[in-house]
Design a protein around this ligand. Structure first.
Ligand SMILES: [Zn+2]
Length: 266
């Protein structure tokens, strides 16, 4: 059972506009979409890569959008046979608690946060009610970590910030995307490797193409607890097949490909 823990797709009606705007942001950094942004195209790419399930990391980029984003997540979970959608809440929302209750009642096990899109650093107290709410409900949080093209000059979730969140919320299950921090490998080794944080492997293959980063990505993935590493690609921005090939080249523990994901999603 192979599960890609980090994918994105959008409601069919919104996909063209969402993909056009996201692609305009990522293209200058050499990152191009390989799907049309719809759930069905995501499913097709996952199947082609030999992946059995995909976790959809929805993001509420403003408080107004939150309900619609979560409606889509709930709808997707009712209709897709291979996609499992996460919810999202926004720090400026006035109904964080009731929205987390609604997600939980719908069987959603975790939420995705993207501090760069929200424009608030991950260890800012404005995120505290969200972490407290997830901690109390046993819901996990996956967050973008490290560099993002939307905010190239300001990192909103550095390894040191993530470490502070972990320390403040001892019962929180926290997952840092992009091997703990996109293009932040030395910080990840200093602050996060060996801690109880989970990391996903999205963009690992891309980072490993940067000669000075390659040995550090490998060091992170081979020294962090394998029970806390989740295969993920960030589809549509990279191909799950490439990420899988890279992980296989490192001889990663089998649990990384699906078992760890299943135990979080159960
Ligand atoms: Zn992503």
């Amino acid at each position: 059972m192979t599960i890609d823990f980090h994918t994105h797709c959008f409601p069919d009606a919104l996909a063209p506009r969402a993909m056009a705007s996201l692609s305009a942001t990522s293209a200058p950094f050499g990152v191009y979409a390989i799907t049309d942004g719809t759930a069905s195209d995501s499913e097709a790419h996952l199947r082609r890569a030999g992946v059995d399930g995909g976790v959809v990391c929805n993001i509420a980029t403003n408080a107004r959008q939150q309900t619609k984003v979560n409606d889509f997540a709930i709808h997707l979970n009712g209709t897709s046979r291979i996609l499992t959608a996460l919810g999202s809440v926004h720090p400026a929302s006035e109904n964080i608690e009731s929205e987390l209750d609604r997600l939980q009642a719908a069987g959603i096990r975790g939420i995705k946060l993207h501090p760069d899109y929200v424009g608030i650093e991950i260890d800012d107290p404005r995120f505290t009610p969200i972490f407290d709410g997830c901690e109390a409900r046993g819901m996990f949080v996956i967050t973008h970590a490290g560099f993002d093209p939307i905010s190239p000059d300001h990192i909103h979730a550095s390894p040191a910030m993530l470490r502070r969140v972990l320390d403040r919320h001892p019962a929180l299950t926290l997952i840092a995307a992009h091997v703990g921090g996109m293009h932040e490998c030395s910080g990840v080794l200093e602050h996060l490797v060996g801690s109880r944080i989970y990391i996903d492997t999205s963009m690992a293959d891309l980072m490993a193409k940067v000669p000075e980063e390659a040995p550090l990505v490998k060091e992170i993935l081979t020294s962090h607890d394998p029970a806390r590493i989740l295969f993920g690609s960030d589809l549509p921005w990279t191909d799950p097949a490439g990420n899988l090939a890279y992980l296989h080249s490192l001889g990663m523990d089998e649990r990384v490909y699906g078992e760890n994901a299943l135990s979080l999603l159960r």
